[in-house]
Ligand binder design. Structure first.
Ligand SMILES: Nc1ncnc2c1ncn2[C@@H]1O[C@H](COP(=O)(O)OP(=O)(O)OP(=O)(O)O)[C@@H](O)[C@H]1O
Length: 250
């Protein structure tokens, strides 16, 4: 369970990106975070794995106070949380399987990480993750030879290889065409339903958010202005979130 209590995030330049955030997300939920550009969506999800530090309030994941973690305990905590980015963040000049194997690097002794030496178990797990994402046949292809949708699947496979409880996704389909975007959203839905992994997605595309998420959190100027079921989001709710300035989907 992820719990925000009166969380505030003020950047070092004094800008208050999040205010009075109170939010509880149970294990296995599929939550879309929507709002105008600059509303604070990325900041919100990045506080969960401590890519950003909160500056007030309390944030816990399964009872652990995220701000109390440092060094080894923070690295261990981050193993439970996968992160997916708009730009896939793959090592493009190497093979798909090597990309997935990087999921194990944080746990390796330095010499194995340096030599790129992986055990049979690790290789099997990486191949299994690729199989789960339906791209096992691409294991030995260079990542930059894949389409955008396939690259996002490799990123998902890399995340699955680390056995996450939570996946945070920051605009995961913004670089994809509409058909591929839906396929990748299907992947998120399958992962969420079959593996009971909590999925939190920042997404500009409202239609996709409402179609795939079970819960929607609407952010406006750093504050939550809607938190409820996706099927109860109507035009009035969208006007409140977007201040009547709804953006065209990317
Ligand atoms: N490092 C930083 N220092 C100061 N202000 C920042 C920093 N990072 C983000 N901000 C500001 O915080 C606000 C929220 O940014 P954030 O990236 O969380 O918004 P967002 O809703 O994810 O936007 P987008 O949809 O465009 O990605 C913005 O006004 C942004 O300019």
């Amino acid at each position: 369970m992820i719990e925000f209590r009166e969380v505030e995030k003020r950047y070092p330049n004094g800008y208050e990106a999040l205010r009075h955030i109170n939010l509880t997300i149970d294990q296995g939920e599929f939550v879309a975070i929507i709002g105008l550009s600059g509303a604070g969506k990325s900041t919100l999800i990045r506080t969960i794995n401590r890519m950003h530090d909160i500056t007030q309030g309390e944030l816990t994941v399964d009872g652990t106070d995220v701000m109390s973690l440092h060094g080894k305990s923070l690295r261990k905590f981050r193993r439970k949380i996968g992160m997916i980015f708009q730009s896939f963040n793959l090592i493009t000049r190497t093979t798909v399987i090597k990309n997935v194997l990087t999921a194990f690097v944080p746990d390796l002794p330095w010499w194995r990480a340096t030599l790129g030496f992986f055990t049979k178990d690790e290789k099997m797990k990486a191949l299994e993750a690729l199989d789960q994402m339906g791209i096992l046949d691409k294991a030995f292809v260079r990542a930059d030879q894949l389409s955008g949708g396939q690259q996002q699947r490799v990123a998902l496979a890399r995340t699955l290889a680390q056995d996450p409880q939570i996946i945070l996704a920051d605009e995961p389909v913004a670089s994809l065409d509409p058909v591929t975007a839906k396929q990748v959203m299907d992947d998120f839905q399958r992962i969420n339903r079959e593996m009971h992994i909590t999925v939190l997605i920042n997404i500009h595309h409202v239609e996709l958010a409402l179609q795939y998420a079970t819960r929607v959190v609407g952010i406006r100027a750093g504050e939550i202005v809607y938190d409820g079921p996706a099927d109860q989001v109507d035009q009035a709710v969208l006007d409140a979130i977007y201040q009547g300035k709804q953006e065209e989907p990317a």
